[in-house]
Ligand binder design. Structure first.
Ligand SMILES: [Zn+2]
Length: 350
């Protein structure tokens, strides 16, 4: 197993910046960003959908589309202004989101007739590289493995918190998915409750491991990449034209249960899927990607997987969640998963 170093750097606001790497990070810090007041988001109960909605006023002031030289995720000490990472280099950096939609505090607000509570929890940014225009598709495989190990470290630490019920690492890629900063990065949201989509999945896995049940047809018709440990497939019930799931062939509750070989297979597959998407569209493919792991480190039924949703209807036509999807929750599809699997398989296995 490769070396895994974690540096904990106490910031000027007393919160922690983590630097993960294969080599130990000992550099002295340069100037830090100014201290920002912590966010106090709140939750309101939507009695129609039986779902919480988070309100985080102040988010509209967040940094948006800076020119490259003002990127807040580039290493700061080479520049003449501070950034989130006050060093001249790093492998992977993780720090709290300054405009978090989930942040443990006790400032509730009252609204008559509506149930509210503080939007407790936490959220973090994971910067995958210190190179501004780096991409998952082109990184050395070991960097993806380091990213998986970083996710695992975050899962183990964050799931132990009393104010966190679910940890969701995800990435929005491309302006089509609302990305305002193009430096390669993802996020980790820590919810104080189990989010509704995950709650449904937990219930589904309690009834049956549908991933294992459909594994044979996935391997035959729907796969876009596979090796002994892992399969990437367009699910037969995809709601996006080029939706892909990455699934370990043997059930694990989360990537923290992977052995070294499984981490390597998973990382290879992850990179091949992103590279295949980019090759298919001939540009950086926009997508929403999220890790669906069990709510607890120990879980006997949940089957960990990653879901990718490129916001595309076909080729480069955008998919808009319109009337049926938004109002009724019923997705309408123009292309069949059997067909998109064939197209993607060619690009992912190049
Ligand atoms: Zn940058």
């Amino acid at each position: 197993m490769n070396k895994f170093h974690k540096r904990i750097f106490k910031r000027n606001d007393n919160r922690e910046l983590f630097i993960y790497g294969r080599t130990e990070h000992t550099e002295e810090s340069a100037q830090e960003l100014d201290v920002t007041p912590p966010s106090s988001p709140h939750l309101r109960w939507n009695p129609s959908r039986h779902e919480w909605v988070t309100y985080s006023p102040g988010r509209e002031n967040r940094t948006s589309f800076p020119p490259k030289k003002y990127c807040p995720f580039c290493p700061g000490s080479n520049l003449n202004f501070p950034t989130e990472i006050p060093f001249s280099g790093f492998e992977i950096a993780v720090f709290p989101n300054r405009w978090s939609s989930f942040n443990t505090h006790n400032n509730n607000i009252e609204i008559s007739g509506i149930k509210t509570k503080p939007s407790n929890g936490h959220s973090e940014i994971i910067v995958y590289s210190d190179v501004h225009d780096d991409t998952i598709a082109e990184m050395p495989l070991d960097r993806i493995q380091l990213l998986v190990e970083t996710w695992n470290d975050r899962y183990i630490e964050l799931l132990s918190r009393d104010d966190v019920a679910y940890v969701l690492p995800f990435e929005n890629r491309g302006e089509e998915c609302g990305v305002t900063l193009h430096h390669p990065h993802g996020q980790v949201y820590c919810y104080p409750f189990i989010p509704p989509v995950i709650e449904k999945e937990v219930a589904a896995f309690h009834k049956e491991n549908f991933i294992l049940s459909m594994m044979e047809s996935l391997e035959q018709k729907y796969f876009v990449y596979q090796d002994d440990d892992i399969i990437a497939a367009v699910p037969p019930f995809a709601r996006y034209a080029y939706e892909v799931w990455i699934m370990p062939k043997k059930r694990v509750a989360g990537p923290w249960q992977f052995n070294d070989q499984q981490i390597k297979s998973f990382s290879t597959c992850f990179q091949k899927v992103v590279k295949g998407y980019d090759s298919f569209l001939n540009k950086k493919c926009p997508y929403i990607m999220g890790l669906h792991a069990a709510p607890k480190l120990e879980d006997k039924s949940f089957h960990f997987h990653i879901e990718f949703y490129p916001p595309l209807r076909s080729e480069d036509k955008p998919k808009i969640l319109a009337g049926s999807e938004s109002m009724a929750g019923v997705f309408i599809m123009d292309v069949l998963p059997e067909e998109t699997a064939i197209m993607l398989r060619e690009h992912i296995n190049k």
